[in-house]
Design a protein around this ligand. Structure first.
Ligand SMILES: C=C(O[C@@H]1C=C(C(=O)O)C=C[C@H]1O)C(=O)O
Length: 418
């Protein structure tokens, strides 16, 4: 063995895996976020070692490196501050690709915290047990379909009466895991199944948002706001849904997807909303591409991409300004926003929590990438709650909208089955 390969082995032996760091954060009650950006292989894991998380305005220009996770409907929806819980990257691990998860682990940044480091060492020294088989069953909810379809019918009547033009109604599906799952295994499965998605797992200890300890796991296709190291700003208008497969199970080509008038209009509402935000800030120098059909796992959506060179227009705060204007977009709320939000609040039977909020890394490697928090679940102990919504217009058919939410739930269900 050469000196350098001895060294590599030594580094591997003492480098924790994502699962070990995640487990340590969980056991010591520190908030943690694990993510993989679309079309990338590196996984990032940060642990917040500071004070209890509190909601605060998201200012992409001011924040130290970290990870933001915002509720669908916090005070920010009213005060336009895009409030979020902010996990600071006190420990920042980057894991490379490869079968061995500990391959090429790098501790990018670490504040001195002996207690946490010792806790990681203790977890690493534990005897490795064979990973448990992950299994889950759906908890039946006999009224779910009728309730959802009745709400869709009511929303459609209100839209036909001209009260609003679009609203996104969501529902939940409950799963019970046979034992507490290793979230990093589920995360890896989602990464493998959905290379184009933003895949993440966020651990929020008891007390965050006055709730019990919760883990949010997601594989979202929808970028909300990002600004890269060169100052390139991006957002998308994503809406309209159909299966990516023909009934016989063969994959559709995106070029062969056909869209109805209702879906084209539904997506155009989101595009007009984004352009309306650019107009509000008098920004004309944006590039618009689409709408084109984009595949998102088992689904296809209509997608228009918008980009702005923030350096050329001399607008470094564009990311923060647009985040505040956009969230919650009409892809998850509706148009006009106040009327749609009020309909959601009166008619949905669950609290959305972080579903349809936003999340993602901020000022990591000089870039910030926030995504709309959809195709997600909340895990509390062994119980998971999946969330899925459908965009409605006055032409919506309640049965079709229900089937659309079923397909959206399938994204995570299939992905977690590996
Ligand atoms: C609301 C969700 O998805 C959003 C709604 C869509 C639609 O109504 O067609 C499509 C993509 C997303 O913007 C969800 O997945 O829960």
């Amino acid at each position: 063995m050469t000196a350098s390969s001895e060294l590599t082995t030594a580094v591997r032996l003492f480098a924790p895996s994502p699962s070990q760091v995640w487990q340590t954060a969980h056991e010591t009650g520190h908030p943690a976020a694990l993510w993989r950006l679309p079309h990338q292989t590196e996984k990032h894991l940060i642990v917040h070692l500071g004070d209890t998380l509190v909601e605060q305005p998201t200012d992409l220009d001011e924040r130290p490196p970290g990870f933001a996770i915002g509720l669908f409907n916090s005070a920010s929806a009213i005060h336009n501050e895009a409030c979020a819980y902010y996990l600071q990257a006190d420990q920042h691990y980057v894991f490379g690709q490869g079968d061995d998860a500990s391959d090429a682990v790098q501790l990018r940044h670490a504040v001195q915290d002996e207690a946490f480091e010792q806790a990681v060492q203790q977890v690493m020294q534990r005897r490795q047990t064979t990973p448990a088989v992950i299994s889950f069953t759906e908890v039946p909810d006999p009224d779910a379909r009728a309730n959802f379809e009745a709400t869709v019918a009511e929303a459609t009547r209100e839209m036909q009466a001209g009260n609003f033009w679009k609203v996104v109604i969501s529902r939940t599906k409950t799963l019970d895991f046979s034992q507490q799952p290793d979230v990093t295994v589920l995360f890896d499965r989602l990464c493998a199944a959905y290379p184009a998605a933003f895949v993440s797992a966020v651990f929020l200890p008891e007390g965050t948002n006055n709730a019990p300890a919760q883990i949010w796991l997601s594989a979202t296709p929808e970028r909300l706001v990002s600004v890269d190291g060169n100052g390139l700003f991006k957002t998308v208008a994503l809406a309209g849904t159909q299966s990516a497969y023909y009934p016989d199970g063969t994959l559709k080509r995106t070029a062969d997807a056909l869209w109805s008038q209702k879906e084209i209009e539904e997506q155009a509402i989101v595009s007009r909303y984004i352009i309306g935000c650019f107009k509000k800030i008098r920004l004309r120098e944006y590039l618009e591409e689409g709408p084109k059909t984009a595949q998102a796992g088992n689904l296809m959506h209509l997608c228009t991409q918008y980009s702005v060179d923030t350096k050329a227009v001399n607008f470094p705060q564009l990311g923060t300004v647009m985040l505040r204007l956009l969230h919650p977009t009409s892809a998850v709320c509706g148009m006009p926003r106040p009327e749609a939000l009020s309909f959601i609040q009166t008619h949905e039977r669950h609290n959305r929590g972080f579903y349809a909020g936003f999340l993602g890394p901020v000022n990591i490697d000089s870039a910030s990438s926030l995504f709309v928090h959809i195709r997600c679940l909340k895990l509390e102990g062994q119980r998971a709650t999946l969330y899925a919504g459908a965009g409605l217009t006055e032409d919506s058919d309640p049965q079709k909208e229900w089937l659309e939410t079923e397909m959206k739930c399938q994204t995570l269900l299939r992905g977690m089955n590996g």
